[in-house]
Ligand binder design. Structure first.
Ligand SMILES: NC(=O)c1ccc[n+]([C@@H]2O[C@H](COP(=O)([O-])OP(=O)(O)OC[C@H]3O[C@@H](n4cnc5c(N)ncnc54)[C@H](O)[C@@H]3O)[C@@H](O)[C@H]2O)c1
Length: 370
C-alpha cells in the first residue's frame, strides 16, 4: 500500500497537484523572515472551535518531522480593533505581512452580529485574492468516485462577499455583488498560470452569466481575454448549476475550475464531499506581494469542538502546501506521505472517516509513520 501511495504521490507531484502555490510568484521570489536560529518564522492562527486542537496536531507533526519553522502565534482578540474593524488585531495582520507566510485554523463568524467577519478581514486587508483548493481521491479511502483530481480557484476579495448590504425600506434589503475587471483578470491570470505551471490541461470558468449578465458576464469576458494568452490550455465555460450536476456525476470531467467568490465557496465544499469530507481538504490563499496563507477549507466545527474528535488532515495538508511554498519539499513529502499512509492503513481514523480514533491518537499515528 505504501509503495502504491508513494507512486501515486510521485505522479501527482510531477503534475503539481500538491503544490498550489509557487516559490516564484509572478516573477517575485518569495522570501520569508528567518530568525537568528535560521528557523523560518511563520504566522499561526490556531483559530476557533476545533482550531486549537488541530493546530496542536500540526505543531506536533512538524516538530516530529524536524521542520525548521518557528511559529508566531496570533489569537482572535476579545474586542474589536478599530484599525481592522474586527476581532483580528492590526498586529496579527502585520505578522502575516512581515513573515509573508502563515497557516490559519478555522475562524467562527457569528451570524448577524454586526462586526466584520474575521475571514473577510484577512482576505481584504491582506489582499488574498485567490483561494486555491486541490481536491483528490485519497489512496485507500473509498468513496463513490476514486478518480477525483481537480483544483478549484476561487476569487476571494469581492463578488457576493463585498460586505455591502443595506435596508432599502422596511422589509426590503439589498446585497451588492461587485465584480471588477481588475480582480477578475487577476484571478483568471492566476488560474491559467497555475494550470500551465502544473501541467494541467483545462480551465473551466464557472458562472451564471445567463442570469447575472453584467457581473458574471464581465468575469467571463476577463477569463476569455486571459485564455487567449494560453492557447495550449483548453478553455470552457460551464453554468454553475450544470457544473454541480457534472461534478457529482463524473468529477473527472474537470481539471482546474476558476470562479467568482460565492460559487467557489459552494463548489469547493461539494468537491470536499466527493473525496470524504471537509476534514480532508486543504487550501492556500494567495496574496499580492507573494503572501501565502494556507488554511483548511472547513469551519470551526462547534459541534465537536473541545472533544478531541476533529480530523487534523485538512490543516496538516494545508501545512504541506505551505512547506512547498517555502521550498521545503522533502519535509512536505515526508509529512504528506505519513498522513496519507495513516489514512490508507485504516487503523487510526477519526470519526468523520468512519473510525474511532481521537485527534491525539491519529496525530500520534502520523508521527509514527514519519
Ligand atoms: N475558513 C474559515 O475559517 C471558515 C470556513 C467555513 C466556516 N467557518 C465558520 O465556522 C463556523 C461553523 O461553520 P459550519 O458548521 O457551517 O461548517 P464546519 O466546516 O465548521 O462544519 C460542518 C460539518 O463538518 C464537520 N467538520 C468540519 N471540519 C471537520 C474536521 N476537521 N474534522 C471532523 N469533522 C469536521 C463538522 O463537525 C460539521 O458537522 C461558522 O461560524 C462559520 O462561519 C469558517
Amino acid at each position: 500500500m505504501a509503495s502504491q501511495i508513494a507512486g501515486r504521490l510521485a505522479r501527482r507531484r510531477a503534475n503539481g497537484i500538491f503544490s498550489p502555490v509557487y516559490t516564484t510568484f509572478f516573477g517575485r521570489r518569495f522570501s520569508s523572515t528567518a530568525s537568528e536560529s535560521n528557523l523560518i518564522r511563520v504566522t499561526l492562527f490556531p483559530g476557533d472551535g476545533i482550531g486549537p486542537e488541530i493546530a496542536e496536531s500540526v505543531k506536533q507533526v512538524f516538530k516530529a518531522a524536524d521542520v525548521p519553522v518557528e511559529w508566531e502565534e496570533h489569537y482572535v482578540g476579545k474586542e474589536v480593533d478599530p484599525r481592522t474593524q474586527s476581532f483580528l488585531t492590526w498586529e496579527s495582520l502585520e505578522s502575516v505581512r512581515r513573515n509573508k507566510v502563515g497557516l490559519k485554523g478555522p475562524m467562527a463568524t457569528p451570524i448577524g452580529k454586526g462586526h466584520r467577519s474575521l475571514n473577510l478581514t484577512l482576505r481584504k486587508e491582506l489582499n488574498l485574492y485567490a483561494n486555491v483548493r486541490p481536491c483528490y481521491s485519497l489512496p485507500g479511502y473509498k468513496t463513490k468516485h476514486d478518480d477525483v483530481d481537480l483544483i478549484t480557484i476561487r476569487e476571494n476579495t469581492e463578488g457576493e462577499y463585498s460586505g455591502l448590504e443595506h435596508q432599502v425600506v422596511r422589509g426590503v434589503v439589498e446585497s451588492l455583488k461587485i465584480i471588477t475587471r481588475h480582480a477578475s483578470l487577476r484571478v483568471a491570470e492566476y488560474a491559467f498560470h497555475y494550470a500551465n505551471a502544473h501541467g494541467r490541461e483545462r480551465v473551466s470558468a464557472i458562472h451564471k452569466a445567463n442570469i447575472m449578465q453584467k457581473t458574471d458576464g464581465l468575469f467571463l469576458k476577463c477569463c476569455r481575454e486571459v485564455a487567449e494568452k494560453y492557447p495550449e490550455i483548453k478553455y470552457e465555460e460551464v453554468v454553475i448549476d450544470n457544473c454541480c450536476m457534472m461534478l457529482v456525476k463524473n468529477p473527472s470531467l474537470f481539471d482546474v475550475l476558476v470562479m467568482p467568490n460565492l460559487y467557489g465557496d459552494i463548489i469547493s465544499d461539494l468537491c470536499a464531499g466527493l473525496i470524504g469530507g471537509l476534514g480532508l481538504t486543504p487550501s492556500c490563499n494567495i496574496g499580492e506581494g507573494g503572501i501565502a496563507l494556507a488554511e483548511a477549507v472547513h469551519g470551526s466545527a462547534p459541534d465537536i469542538a473541545g472533544q478531541n474528535k476533529a480530523n487534523p488532515t485538512a490543516l496538516l495538508l494545508s501545512g504541506v502546501s505551505m512547506l512547498r511554498h517555502l521550498d521545503l519539499h522533502d519535509k512536505a513529502d515526508k509529512i504528506q506521505n505519513a498522513v496519507l499512509n495513516t489514512i490508507a492503513e485504516g487503523k487510526y481514523r477519526t470519526g468523520d472517516l468512519g473510525g474511532k480514533s481521537t485527534t491525539t491518537d491519529f496525530t500520534k499515528a502520523i508521527c509514527d509513520h514519519l
